[in-house]
Design a protein around this ligand. Structure first.
Ligand code: AMP
Length: 282
C-alpha cells in the first residue's frame, strides 16, 4: 500500500499502469465499517483502489465541529491495508489550498435546502474539495455513502454539469446493531446521548411505516417523527424533512416516493440520517 501526501506522487501512481481502472473513496478519516463498505464496493469494480483522507476545513460551518473532528491515521492505515487498498492520499491542507486560493465550486438550487440551509457554506466546501480530488486523481469511479444523501445528489449534479469523466456510485448506510448510522462523530457522543440517539433510525422507520400504511399528509408524518425524537431529553431537533428525492423540495402530499431525512443535535454533536420511501416497496 502506497501512502503519500504529495500530489505529484499521486499522479505518478495513478498513471503508472494506464490500463488499470481506479476507484476512489474520498473520506475524512477515523474510518469505520461504513467507509470500509465503500472500499469493498470499489474493490469489486476496479483493478486499483485509492482512498483519500482529508479533514476539509472549508466544509465546516462550526469551529467546534472542525476542532473536535476525530482522527487516528495509524488505525486508518491498518484498516485500509487489511482491505488491500493500493493507494492512500493524505494531503496537507497547504498543498490543497495555496495561500492565494480563490477558486470555489458552487452548485445552486439543490444546495439551498436541508443540509445546505442548516450549514451555510458546507456544500461549497464539499464540492470544491471533491472537484479538486477528481481533477487531481481522475478516477474511473468514485464511491459515496447514502448516509449523506444530499451530498450524493449535489455531487452527481456537479459531475454532470462540469462534465467530469467518471461514474459516481452510492452505497447503502451501514448501521450499528441498535440502528445508529455509523459516523466518525459518534465517538464524541456522551454516554447518555449514545443511549438516546438510536431514536433517529426509529423515527425514520416510524415515518416510513406511516407512509406505507397510506398516510399522505407529510405534515402529519413529520409531526409524528418529531414527537418520537422529542421523547429523548437531550435531543435538539435541527430539522425533520420529507422531501422529493430528486429536487429535495419539501413535500406537502406524499405520492409514490420521498426522502425522509433529519438532523439532530446532542450537545455539540450533530447527527444526520435518512431513509427512502418508495410506494413500490410497500
Ligand atoms: P466522511 O469520512 O464522514 O466524510 O465519509 C466519507 C464517505 O463515507 C461519504 O461518502 C459518506 O457518505 C460515507 N459514509 C459515512 N458513514 C457511512 C455509513 N454509516 N454507511 C455508509 N457510508 C458512509
Amino acid at each position: 500500500m502506497f501512502v503519500t501526501e504529495k500530489i505529484s506522487e499521486i499522479r505518478q501512481q495513478r498513471w503508472k499502469d494506464k490500463n488499470a481502472s481506479w476507484g476512489l473513496v474520498p473520506t475524512m478519516g477515523y474510518l469505520h465499517a461504513g467507509h470500509l463498505s465503500l472500499v469493498r464496493a470499489a474493490r469489486e469494480e476496479n483493478r486499483r483502489v485509492a482512498v483519500s483522507i482529508f479533514v476539509n476545513p472549508i466544509q465546516f460551518n462550526r469551529k467546534s465541529d472542525f476542532e473536535s473532528y476525530p482522527s487516528n491515521l495509524e488505525q486508518d492505515l491498518n484498516l485500509l491495508k487489511a482491505e488491500g487498498v493500493d493507494l492512500v492520499w493524505v494531503p496537507k491542507t497547504s498543498d490543497i489550498y495555496n495561500e492565494n486560493f480563490q477558486s470555489y465550486v458552487e452548485i445552486e438550487k439543490i444546495t439551498s435546502v436541508l443540509e445546505g440551509a442548516a450549514r451555510p457554506g458546507h456544500f461549497r466546501g464539499v464540492t470544491t474539495i471533491v472537484a479538486i480530488l477528481f481533477n487531481v486523481f481522475q478516477p474511473d469511479r468514485a464511491y459515496f455513502g447514502q448516509k449523506d444523501a444530499q451530498q450524493e445528489a449535489v455531487i452527481r449534479r456537479m459531475v454532470e454539469d462540469l462534465h467530469f469523466n467518471l461514474e459516481i456510485r452510492t452505497c447503502p448506510i451501514i448501521r450499528e446493531k441498535d440502528g445508529l448510522a455509523m459516523s466518525s462523530r459518534n465517538v464524541n457522543l456522551s454516554k447518555q446521548a449514545r443511549q438516546e440517539c438510536p431514536v433517529l433510525y426509529r423515527s425514520l422507520l416510524l415515518g416510513k411505516k406511516l407512509l406505507e400504511e397510506g398516510e399522505q399528509n407529510a405534515a402529519i408524518v413529520r409531526a409524528a417523527m418529531m414527537e418520537e425524537i422529542e421523547k429523548q431529553p437531550l435531543a435538539k431537533i435541527d430539522y425533520v424533512s420529507i422531501a422529493d428525492p430528486v429536487t429535495l423540495q419539501e413535500l406537502e402530499k406524499v405520492e409514490d416516493k420521498a426522502l425522509l431525512s433529519l438532523a439532530v443535535f446532542w450537545g455539540e454533536v450533530r447527527l444526520i440520517d435518512n431513509i427512502v420511501f418508495s410506494q413500490k416497496n410497500s
